[in-house]
Design a protein around this ligand. Structure first.
Ligand SMILES: Nc1ncnc2c1ncn2[C@@H]1O[C@H](COP(=O)(O)OP(=O)(O)OP(=O)(O)O)[C@@H](O)[C@H]1O
Length: 267
């Protein structure tokens, strides 16, 4: 375990999960103009696991998620202080395009491009010149299979993505993100616009994807976090109150506030 990881790894951690962390944040503070949105966040996020970020509305979960691929840079008048490492490298040393290739993102509302199913997935490969023309077909198929969508769309790859159901569109957005082989997939409430069947498919997918990719997801759904996440961080009022193995957070959290939140007594 790295020295930082040994300081911040939670009590219920499996030591090897923190041997080569995906992200290490230390004393991160974040501001929207004069508003201090995140206070002294220190956390080590394990690689190739699912980590859920939970907490009441407005507590800073999405803000923290957007730090991890520096998406906040697209919002004017924001400021960050503190250290964040991606692997062993300073997050702020990356070129933002290179960083967002490594750290992909899926949003709450499925947002396919106004293009065919095929072109949605091929988009990132083409703009980043990642593979030659001949390989695009192969990568599109592989990504759609990884996103558990191939069988449903293989006969209509050149139809509009907007003709897919909400759940299929979300899996298409996941396939689009996976096409460029990210190390990490950030998911911001990826199921909140979906019905229970589509939600179950995305949950299954998260568990499968962690074999190859670190998943960090924001969710309001406690059952979902308990079902899919290996680790869970509980945020409240811009602070990380507790971070631990999900079984600890949901069965015997250290803090009263965490217990009250996960048992539905507030939030
Ligand atoms: N672009 C912005 N400009 C100013 N303040 C913002 C901006 N985005 C978020 N905030 C504020 O920062 C705080 C944290 O917001 P954030 O969206 O990170 O919370 P959240 O926990 O993800 O909430 P929710 O669960 O409702 O999505 C909130 O008080 C919010 O109003």
């Amino acid at each position: 375990m790295s020295s930082l990881a040994s300081v911040f790894a939670p009590q219920g951690a499996v030591a090897e999960d923190f041997a080569h962390p995906q992200f290490t944040a230390r004393e991160v503070n974040f501001y929207y103009g004069g508003f201090h949105a995140l206070h002294d966040i220190s956390i080590v996020l394990p690689a190739r696991k699912v980590t859920a970020l939970i907490g009441p509305s407005g507590c800073g979960k999405s803000t923290f998620l957007r730090i991890l691929n520096r998406m906040y840079e697209t919002v004017p008048h924001t400021r960050i202080a503190g250290d964040v490492l991606l692997g062993e490298q300073n997050l702020f040393d990356f070129d933002s395009i290179v960083l967002r290739r490594k750290v992909g993102m899926v949003f709450q509302k499925p947002m396919p491009f106004f293009k065919s199913i095929y072109d949605n997935v091929a988009y990132g490969l083409r703009v980043n010149h990642i593979v030659g023309r001949g390989e695009i077909d192969e990568r599109v198929e592989k990504s759609l299979r990884r996103a558990a969508l191939w069988n449903e769309v293989k006969d209509r790859l050149h139809s509009s993505a907007l003709g897919l159901s909400g759940g299929q569109q979300q899996r298409l957005c996941i396939a689009r993100a996976l096409a460029i082989d990210p190390e990490v997939l950030l998911m911001d409430e990826p199921c909140s616009a979906l019905d229970p069947i589509a939600t179950a498919k995305i949950e299954e997918l998260m568990v499968e994807l962690k074999e190859q990719c670190t998943i960090i997801t924001v969710t309001h759904n406690m059952l979902q976090a308990a079902r899919v996440a290996d680790y869970t961080g509980f945020f409240m009022a811009g602070r990380l109150m507790e971070f631990d193995a999900s079984r600890v957070i949901f069965q015997r959290p250290a803090r009263r506030e965490t217990e009250e939140y996960v048992t539905g007594r507030f939030g």
